[in-house]
Design a protein around this ligand. Structure first.
Ligand code: SF4
Length: 60
């Protein structure tokens, strides 16, 4: 089961993860990016590479 976590100390809400995720795992809610559909993650790791702040971690 994929585990996608956002480090809110690092997240600057660039929303790159929302743009690159092919599975629409991320959503913006109340000015924050949240992991809305974690179970849909395909473990492609695109979000980790795209985040300019290194805020996302994807584990299997
Ligand atoms: S690893 Fe891929 S599918 Fe999973 S949350 Fe990141 S971009 Fe989306």
């Amino acid at each position: 089961m994929p585990k996608v976590t956002i480090d809110y100390e690092k997240c600057k809400v660039s929303k790159q993860c929302i743009d690159v995720c092919p599975a629409a795992v991320f959503e913006e809610q109340d000015g924050k990016v949240v992991v809305a559909r974690q179970d849909d993650c395909t473990l492609c790791h695109a979000c980790e590479s795209a985040c300019p702040n290194g805020a996302i971690k994807v584990e299997e």
